[in-house]
Ligand binder design. Structure first.
Ligand code: IPE
Ligand code: IPE
Ligand code: MG
Length: 246
């Protein structure tokens, strides 16, 4: 199934905007929460497949700051799903370390406690790190980083001239991992929706119409094949890149 993929050029970090659960459910005449439930099955499938392929970081956009504006019922259904899916044996079975990024203080207490417990419980797992962005938005994250840095300057811990790209990256929620190589958005929308704005400066972007609950191993292998067909130039010329690969 994955024969189109070069196993020597697997993206180290894949970030996914998991979109389309609601429309998937509506097409079946079901409530939106049914789509979110099916979305959890996709998370399970894609997580296992990524560990099998040798991906080191998988960052999943699960609930944005803006999603707090959804109907209360939908928000609580989503919180319930986060809670129950953390009971899953998937982390230990696949040797996956779990991390959460976002404004977790806004989450219900039981969800917050379970997230922290899962982070701790899985902290020694090595095969892959799965990062869940919850109550997350990139503008929130960057604003917080700037405030923290300003505080350090004010306290005289650092000089204004010490502020460089590395310093800013180091104050983001994602400071424990490299930037994404590949960003996938399912569900047909071609936008970023406040996700990892700083970190995707040089990521390869891949958009597909498939709703998240239908996104399977084959769909993932298509995304990776697309990634592998591209030349990452980082500002250089095609020839310069080819010469360094010789
Ligand atoms: C993505 O699916 C999951 C979340 C944002 C929580 P949606 O719920 O946005 O599904 P659509 O876009 O309405 O189909
Ligand atoms: C983005 O999806 C957030 C997540 C996938 C968690 P949305 O469905 O909320 O995005 P918009 O509002 O359509 O841009
Ligand atoms: Mg959506």
């Amino acid at each position: 199934m994955t024969d189109r993929i070069d196993m020597n050029n697997i993206p180290q970090h894949i970030a996914i905007i998991m979109d389309g659960n609601g429309r998937w459910a509506a097409e079946r005449g079901k409530p939106r929460s049914y789509g979110h439930q099916a979305g959890v099955d996709s998370v399970r499938r894609i997580t296992s497949e990524c560990t099998r392929l040798g991906v080191k970081y998988l960052t999943l956009y699960t609930f944005s700051t803006e999603n707090w504006n959804r109907p209360v019922d939908e928000v609580s259904a989503l919180m319930g799903l986060v809670l129950s899916s953390l009971e899953d044996e998937i982390f230990m079975k696949n040797d996956v370390r779990f991390r959460v990024i976002g404004d977790v203080n806004r989450l219900p207490k039981d969800v917050y406690a379970k997230l922290k417990e899962t982070e701790e419980h899985t902290s020694k797992n090595k095969t892959m790190t799965m990062v869940v962005a919850l109550s997350y938005s990139s503008k929130w994250e960057i604003t917080k980083a700037l405030k923290d840095i300003a505080e350090e300057v004010k306290e005289g811990k650092i000089d204004v001239n010490d502020i460089d790209e590395e310093k800013i990256s180091g104050h983001l929620e994602t400071n424990f991992m490299p930037d994404p190589d590949l960003l996938i958005r399912t569900g047909g929308e071609v936008r970023i929706s406040n996700y990892l704005l700083w970190q995707i400066a040089y990521s390869e972007l891949y958009f597909c119409d498939t709703y998240w609950p239908d996104f399977d191993e084959e769909a993932l292998s298509k995304a990776i094949a697309s990634y592998q067909s591209r030349q990452r130039r980082f500002g250089k010329t095609e020839k310069q890149v080819e010469d360094t690969q010789k």
